[in-house]
Ligand binder design. Structure first.
Ligand code: FAD
Length: 923
C-alpha cells in the first residue's frame, strides 16, 4: 500500500467517490467527488494529537463495532495515506434549527465530558448573548431534537445556561482586534443591534449604537421581566460588547436631535434595529381612561424601576408574551386578582406553554374565548370591563380559527386596571425622510439574505423588519447585517448565504425511528430546578435555577450526536500543524483516462436477517469477521478472543455457509468461507485453548496447500460435524446446556440430530454484491449477473473485460474469490490495460453501423433503441441526423433493423456484400 501511495505514476485519491463517467475507451472523463476530510492531507502528519480532545465516540466500523473510535479518526493504523479524517454526517437538526446555527452538539458534548470552560468558549463563538439566550431563547433547537422521537428533547437551553453560569464574563479576555477605522452606526440596542455591533467590532469597525432609552438592551432590558431574565445578566453581556470597543449612546432617539440623514452622512453604513415598541390599541370605548396601561409600557416602567400604580384587580387582554409576562409581574407587585382574558382557546395562545403554566401556578386566572367590548369608566378612571363571549370559526389569515362574538353573551367584571397586550408595532417615523421602503404593516422592507434596504448603505433587522418575534431571530438578522455591511464596505457583492454551507438533515423515516427506539434506552429529560410558586411571587428573584454540574453532565449524555462530529473544535486547538479546517467543502474534480478497472469489492452477508442463528440477539454469536478482528494484535482486544462478558470461550462452534449455498439468500458458494473457518478454528484453539466444532456441508479445500491445512486442523483436534446448523438457541434442556449456546444440527455422518453446547458461535458468512452495485453498474454502463456481481464479457475467455470496452473488473466485485485469485485477476486487468497503452491505439469492432445522412430523417428511433448508447443526435443546417460513435458501437444491428428510413447500414454487411458472400459460397 505504501509503495502504491508513493509511486510517482499513481495518484491515490482516497475518501473520494466516482460520481460521473462519460466518453468511451481511450477517452473517458471521470468526475470524482473528493469528500471533505476537514483535514488538509498535505499538512496532517498523522500524529494523532487531535484525537485526545475529541469528546465524541462512535462505534468503529473497522473494528466491526466491537470497539469505539473518535469522530476525528484514522480508519486503521496502517491506512494510506496515514492522515486523519473528521466524520461529519448531516448538520445536526439542532444546529440547523438555530437561527444563529450554534454548535449545539459541540457544547453539549463538552459539557458531557466535564469541559465546561471549553463549552462556554464554543457557545460564545457564535452567540454574543449566551447567558440571555440560556434563559429566554424559545429554543427551536429543542423542537427539532431527534430525541423527540424517543422520549423528550434535550434541555439545550438549560445546558447553555449552565455553561454560561460557570464563568464570570467580566473576567473574559478581549481578543486582539485590528481596527480598520471605518465607522458604522446602529440604531437600537436590542439583540439585533447588539449582535451586529459585536460582530462588526470583532471585524475591526468602530461602532456606535444610538439608543432612545436610558438603558441599553431593548426588550431584554425593558420587556422581559427580571424574574425570567435578571438585569445583571443583560448588563454583563452588553458590558463585554462595550469592552470590544462599541460605544452605546443612551437617551438618544434618532429622529429628534440626530436624524437618520445625519447618520448616513457621518457613518459609512447604518443598521436600523429599533424593534416594535408601540402598543396596538384595543379599539373599544373607554380605552383612554386612567388605569388603562398598555402591556409593554407597564413592563417598561417596572423594568426601569419607575412607579407603576396598579390596583388589586387587574385584567390583561391578550395571549402572547407580553400578556403572559405582565400577569406574573402584576402578581409580584401585590395584585391579588390577576386575570388574562384571551379571545381564542388555549391551543391558539402564542405564548410558550411553559410560561402559561408558570403564570397559572402563580395564581393568574386565564379566561378563554372572551374579548372586551368596552372599558367601564367611573370619574375618568377604569371601574370594570364589559366582555363578550366568543366562539371559534374558520381559520383566518394567521391560520388560527377566527374568534366570532356570540351575540347577547355580554357580561361585566369589576377591575381596577386594564392592561391591553395585543402586540406591538414599530415606530419608524424617523425613517420616512430617507425614503426607506415600508410594508403595509408598517415594517421596513429588506433583502432577506443581506438585510439591505432600498437605500444604499442602510440595513435593517430585528422586530422592526419582522414584527414582534424572538430574541434569537433578531440576533440572526444582526449577524447577517454585519456580514453584509462588511462586504458592502469592501465593495464586494453582498451575499450571506449562511444556509448554503450546512447539510440539512433528512427527516427520519418510520423505520429509522423504530431502529432508534431499539438502539437507545428511554431516558427522560432531567427536570430543570425552579423556585416554588408561593416563594417566587414574593419578589423578582430568578425563577428558573441552573442544573448542578452532575445533572448537566447527565442531561448532556442524552444527546444522540446526530452529526457525529460535534464541531466543538477542540481538535483545532490541539493540531500544531493547523491542518484542521471545519469549513472544508466537498470538491469535484475531473480526470481523463483511457481505461477503467473496477475493484469495488463485496459486502459480507448480514446474518441478522436469519433469525435461526440469533445474531445480534444472543450476545455470544459473532460473525467470522468480528472474530478475525478480535484476533488481530492491533484490533480492539489486542489479539485476545473473548466472549461478550470478557471471559475466554472454552468451546466454540463455527457454522459454515451462512447466507451462501442457501436458496433463501444466495445459491452460490462463497468459496473462501471453508478455508477461513479453518483458520479461525486454528486461531481460537491457539489463543483460548477452546475445543472447536466446525458445522459444515462439504469442505471446499480447493487448490494448493488447502487440503494440507485441513489435514493439519484434523490433527490439531478440530471436531468436524457434517451437517449445517439448523438453529442456535440459549434454551437449555439439560444441566450441561445451562448458560451455553446450543447448536442444533443433523449430523449426516452418523445420521442423527445433535445438540452441541458451546460458549461461542462464529458464523462464517458468505459474500454478496455490494449494496451500491446497481448504482456503480449504471455509472460505468456495465451489467450485473443474476447473483448481483458485475458481469464479465466471457466467463472463461474474457473474465476481466466487461461489455463496455475499456472498463475492466477485478476481485470480488465480479464474484466471491480469495486473495490469490483476486491478485491474479487484478494483474490480468492491468495487463489488458497495459497492452492497450503499449499499442498506442484502440481497436474497435470492424462491423459497426453507418448512417447515410442524406436519408436520415432525424426521427431518433435508433437513439432510443441502441443498447450501447452509441448514437447521438447532431443538428445540421436546421435539421438533425443520427451520428454513430464507432468506439461504442458493437455492430449488433438493432438500429439497422429499426431505421424507418433505411438510412443505417452495417459496415461489411451491405446487401451487395452479403450477396457477394453468398455467391462466393455457392460458386
Ligand atoms: P428590541 O429589543 O425591541 O430593541 C430595539 C431598541 O431600539 C430598543 O431599545 C428601543 O428603545 C430602540 N429604539 C427604538 N426606536 C429608536 C430610535 N428612533 N432611536 C434610537 N433607539 C430606538 N423573545 C424570546 O426569544 N424569548 C422571550 O422569552 C421573549 N419574551 C418577550 C417578552 C416580552 C414582554 C416582549 C415584549 C418580547 C419578548 N420577546 C421574547 C421578543 C424579543 O424580546 C424581541 O423579539 C427582541 O427583543 C427584538 O429585538 P430587536 O433588537 O429587534 O428590538
Amino acid at each position: 500500500m505504501v509503495s502504491v501511495g508513493q509511486h510517482e505514476y499513481i495518484d491515490l485519491m482516497t475518501y473520494s467517490e466516482v460520481v460521473g463517467v462519460s466518453g468511451y475507451i481511450g477517452n473517458f472523463k471521470v468526475q470524482i467527488r473528493k469528500k471533505a476530510r476537514y483535514i488538509d492531507e498535505n499538512l496532517c502528519t498523522g500524529c494523532g494529537d487531535c484525537v485526545e480532545g475529541c469528546p465524541v465516540e462512535v462505534l468503529s466500523e473497522f473494528d466491526e463495532e466491537i470497539a469505539k473510535r473518535k469522530a476525528i479518526y484514522r480508519l486503521f493504523p496502517q491506512a494510506v495515506p496515514g492522515v486523519f479524517v473528521i466524520d461529519k454526517k448531516e448538520t445536526p437538526p439542532c444546529k440547523m434549527a438555530c437561527p444563529l446555527h450554534m454548535d449545539v452538539q459541540g457544547y453539549i458534548a463538552l459539557i458531557r465530558v466535564g469541559k465546561f470552560k471549553e463549552a462556554y468558549e464554543l457557545i460564545r463563538r457564535t452567540n454574543p448573548l449566551p447567558a440571555v439566550c440560556g434563559r429566554v431563547c424559545y429554543h427551536p433547537c429543542e423542537e427539532e431534537c431527534k430525541r423527540n422521537h424517543l422520549d423528550d428533547p434535550l434541555a439545550v437551553r438549560a445546558l447553555k445556561r449552565f455553561a454560561c453560569d460557570q464563568f464570570d464574563i467580566n473576567e473574559l479576555e478581549i481578543p486582539e482586534i485590528e481596527e480598520n477605522g471605518r465607522r458604522v452606526a446602529i440604531v437600537g440596542s436590542g439583540p439585533a443591534g447588539l449582535t451586529a455591533a459585536n460582530d462588526l467590532a470583532l471585524m475591526g469597525y468602530s461602532v456606535t449604537i444610538f439608543e432612545a432609552l436610558p438603558e441599553p438592551g431593548g426588550m431584554l432590558r425593558v420587556g422581559i421581566p427580571e424574574y425570567r431574565l435578571p438585569k445583571a445578566i443583560v448588563k454583563d453581556e452588553i458590558g463585554y460588547i462595550e469592552r470590544l470597543g462599541v460605544e452605546i449612546k443612551t437617551n438618544t432617539r434618532i429622529g429628534e436631535e440626530i436624524t437618520l440623514e445625519d447618520l448616513r452622512r457621518d457613518y459609512e453604513a447604518v443598521f436600523i434595529a429599533t424593534g416594535a415598541h408601540k402598543s396596538r390599541k384595543l379599539g373599544v370605548p373607554g380605552e383612554d381612561a386612567e388605569g388603562v396601561i398598555h402591556g409593554v409600557d407597564f413592563l417598561r416602567r417596572v423594568n426601569l424601576g419607575e412607579k407603576a400604580e396598579i390596583g388589586d384587580r387587574v385584567a390583561i387582554i391578550g395571549g402572547g408574551n407580553t400578556a403572559v409576562d405582565a400577569a406574573p409581574v402584576a402578581r409580584r407587585l401585590g395584585c391579588t386578582k390577576v386575570s388574562i382574558l384571551y379571545r381564542r382557546s388555549r391551543q391558539e395562545m402564542p405564548a410558550l406553554e411553559e410560561d402559561v403554566e408558570a403564570a397559572e401556578a402563580e395564581g393568574v386566572d386565564i379566561a378563554f374565548l372572551v374579548t372586551p367590548v368596552r372599558v367601564l369608566v367611573q370619574d375618568g378612571r377604569v371601574s370594570g370591563l364589559e366582555l363578550i363571549r366568543m366562539e371559534l370559526g374558520e381559520p383566518d389569515a394567521s391560520g388560527r380559527p377566527r374568534p366570532i362574538p356570540i351575540e347577547g353573551s355580554e357580561f361585566t367584571i369589576a377591575v381596577d386596571n386594564v392592561i391591553p397586550a395585543l402586540g406591538q408595532v414599530s415606530n419608524l417615523d424617523f425613517c420616512k425622510g430617507l425614503g426607506l421602503e415600508m410594508s403595509r404593516q408598517g415594517r421596513l422592507v429588506v433583502d432577506e439574505d443581506t438585510t439591505a434596504t432600498n437605500i444604499q448603505g442602510v440595513f435593517a433587522g430585528g422586530d422592526a423588519v419582522t414584527g414582534p418575534w424572538f430574541v434569537i431571530q433578531a440576533m440572526a438578522t444582526g449577524r447577517r447585517a454585519a456580514r453584509a455591511i462588511d462586504q458592502y464596505l469592501h465593495g464586494q457583492p453582498m451575499h450571506v448565504g449562511e444556509l448554503e454551507v450546512l447539510k440539512p438533515p433528512a427527516e427520519l423515516t418510520t423505520q429509522e425511528i423504530e431502529e432508534l427506539r431499539k438502539e437507545r434506552d428511554i431516558q427522560h429529560r432531567l427536570p430543570i430546578p425552579e423556585l416554588q410558586p408561593a416563594e417566587r411571587i414574593r419578589d423578582f428573584r430568578e425563577v428558573k435555577l441552573a442544573f448542578s454540574a452532575e445533572a448537566a453532565r447527565e442531561e448532556a449524555s442524552r444527546c444522540l450526536e446526530c452529526g457525529v462530529c460535534s464541531e466543538c473544535r477542540e481538535c483545532v486547538k490541539l493540531c500544531e500543524r493547523k491542518a484542521i479546517n471545519h469549513d472544508m467543502q466537498d470538491e469535484t474534480v475531473e480526470v481523463e483516462v483511457g481505461s477503467i478497472i473496477l475493484a469495488t469489492g463485496f459486502d459480507s452477508f448480514d446474518p441478522t436477517v436469519d433469525l435461526r442463528y440469533g445474531y445480534s440477539r444472543l450476545p455470544n454469536v459473532f460473525t467470522a469477521t468480528e472474530v478475525e478482528r478480535m484476533s488481530n494484535a492491533s484490533g480492539p482486544t489486542t489479539g485476545g478472543i473473548f466472549l461478550a462478558d470478557g471471559r475466554q470461550p472454552k468451546s466454540a462452534g463455527i457454522l459454515h455457509c451462512v447466507g451462501s449455498r442457501d436458496e433463501k439468500y444466495h445459491e452460490y458458494c462463497s468459496r473462501v468461507c471453508c478455508m477461513y473457518s479453518l483458520k479461525l478454528a486454528h486461531l481460537i484453539m491457539e489463543k483460548t485453548g477452546a475445543s472447536v466444532y466446525e458445522f459444515y456441508n462439504d469442505l471446499r479445500c480447493f487448490g494448493k496447500g488447502y487440503e494440507e491445512f485441513y489435514n493439519r486442523m484434523l490433527e490439531e483436534g478440530v471436531n468436524f460435524v457434517r451437517g449445517l446448523a439448523a438453529e442456535v438457541t440459549d434454551v437449555a434442556e439439560t444441566p450441561e446446556e445451562e448458560g451455553k449456546l446450543i447448536v442444533q444440527c443433523e449430523d449426516i455422518a452418523i445420521g442423527r440430530q445433535r445438540r452441541i453446547p458451546v460458549d461461542m458461535v462464529v458464523l462464517s458468512t458468505g459474500f454478496e454484491s455490494r449494496t451500491d452495485a446497481d448504482e456503480v453498474a449504471r455509472l460505468f454502463s456495465i451489467s450485473r449477473s443474476r447473483d448481483g456481481f458485475f458481469l464479465e464479457k466471457h466467463p472463461k475467455l474474457d473474465p476481466v473485460a466487461t461489455m463496455t470496452d475499456g472498463v475492466f473488473i477485478a476481485g470480488c466485485c465480479q464474484g466471491p474469490k480469495d486473495i490469490p485469485d483476486t491478485v491474479a485477476q487484478a494483474s490480468a486487468a492491468a495487463a489488458r490495460v497495459l497492452a492497450m497503452i503499449s499499442k498506442g491505439r484502440v481497436e474497435t469492432e470492424a462491423a459497426t453501423a453507418v448512417v447515410n445522412e442524406d436519408l436520415c430523417s432525424g426521427c431518433k428511433t435508433c437513439i432510443a433503441l441502441c443498447p450501447y448508447s452509441a448514437i447521438t443526435f447532431v443538428s445540421q443546417n436546421g435539421t438533425g441526423v443520427a451520428e454513430i460513435n464507432e468506439a461504442l458501437c458493437k455492430g449488433c444491428g438493432t438500429c439497422v433493423a429499426a431505421c424507418p428510413a433505411g438510412a443505417i447500414t452495417a459496415r461489411h454487411f451491405t446487401t451487395q456484400q452479403i450477396m457477394a458472400q453468398i455467391e462466393g459460397v455457392l460458386i
